[in-house]
Design a protein around this ligand. Structure first.
Ligand SMILES: Nc1ncnc2c1ncn2[C@@H]1O[C@H](COP(=O)(O)OP(=O)(O)OP(=O)(O)O)[C@@H](O)[C@H]1O
Ligand SMILES: [Mg+2]
Length: 321
């Protein structure tokens, strides 16, 4: 099911020559979608446009089948939004604030109180909910922001950098909460981060923005999938000339037509040319060649393992698709 879609969405602020969003066409479905990009990539701009809070310069978008240009209010009724920046009134208790936000979203007073207590407990602010939020730590503020995004039982949540400012333990907790919203409660989630590595753990799908443009939109498994590159580690004594085992292995592989290079203490072997029998057969043949080469040289083969691409590689490779 489509949750939201954009078509050639473009946003220029003021008379800005540079577009914050540039001809962005992307579809987002159910589950957890990670929206990834460096600072200034356009993540917050996209979210504000999707909520109908900011008009696009050109292009179209629909959220839960509502037009962002004309149905912003309807969108905000059914979408939970956790903004990037601190938006919490310091002189309010979390419980009162979340109840208030529930009522603003249309819940009757009694239901708002009940839901507020539930969501605050759910995000881990059980006792603290009676304290003024001005005295909250960053981690507690992020939890309170998440609670207000959930209080009205949204059909979609948009979380803008929910892990910002959190220490590693608090970040893990927050990511677990986000994952639970998407997977256990079945609420589609659009979550942003500039930290690629953290989203790969919780996202079903990843959308990568680069300077307002779509760099990639793919299932997370495709990002993490086998790149075809194989890492080889060998162990052995240097030869009479003092050439170490790794170098000898690299040279021998190159002599047999394999493209490879040293990488730390390993040898990085490029994927083989695809054979008519298919990629898997080509890989098996490459592994056999590596094994035979090591045997011929008399070096020990410690490991031959596929290198799995990580999200960090997306930018390093610069690979627009
Ligand atoms: N209100 C504004 N007026 C003018 N330019 C803006 C405004 N808001 C954002 N921009 C510009 O638009 C671009 C995208 O900004 P945006 O805040 O959407 O990026 P982001 O991906 O959310 O970044 P961050 O990771 O820092 O939160 C940036 O170049 C930014 O300077
Ligand atoms: Mg932002």
């Amino acid at each position: 099911m489509g949750v939201l879609e954009t078509r050639s969405l473009t946003k220029r602020y003021g008379t800005g020559a540079v577009a914050a969003l540039d001809d962005l066409t992307v579809d987002v479905g159910t589950g957890v979608t990670g929206l990834v990009g460096a600072n200034g990539a356009g993540k917050s701009t996209l979210i504000k446009i999707l909520l109908g809070l900011l008009p696009p310069t050109s292009g179209e978008a629909r959220v839960l089948d509502h037009d962002i240009r004309t149905e912003g209010e309807a969108i905000r009724t059914v979408v939970g939004y956790m903004p990037e920046h601190d938006c919490l009134p310091p002189d309010m208790r979390a419980i009162d604030f979340v109840v208030h936000m529930g009522q603003v979203s249309g819940l009757p007073a009694a239901a708002a109180r009940e839901r507020a207590a539930d969501v605050l407990r759910h995000v881990g602010l059980a006792e603290e909910r009676y304290r003024l939020m001005g005295g909250y730590s960053t981690g507690m503020k992020q939890r309170a922001k998440l609670a207000q995004a959930l209080v009205h039982d949204p059909r979609l949540v948009m979380l803008d950098e929910p892990t910002n400012g959190l220490d590693p333990a608090a970040r893990d907790d927050m990511l677990a909460l986000v994952r639970r919203i998407g997977h256990d409660f079945g609420i589609p989630v659009l979550v942003t981060s500039h930290l690629l590595g953290e989203l790969e753990r919780i996202s079903d799908h990843v959308v990568v923005l680069d300077s307002g443009r779509l760099l990639r939109s793919e299932a997370t498994s495709a990002f993490l999938g086998d790149t075809g590159v194989v890492l080889v580690e060998v162990l052995g004594d240097p030869d009479a000339d003092g050439t170490d085992a790794q170098t000898r292995m690299g040279q021998a592989l190159a002599a047999r037509g394999v493209t490879c290079r040293p990488r730390g203490g390993l040898i990085e072997v490029d994927p083989p040319d695809v054979r008519p029998e298919g990629a898997a057969a080509a890989r098996d043949a490459l592994r056999d060649l590596v094994r035979d080469t090591a045997a011929d040289l008399g070096v020990g083969l410690v490991r031959v393992q596929p290198q799995t691409g990580r999200l960090e590689d997306v930018f390093r490779d610069g690979g627009a698709r």
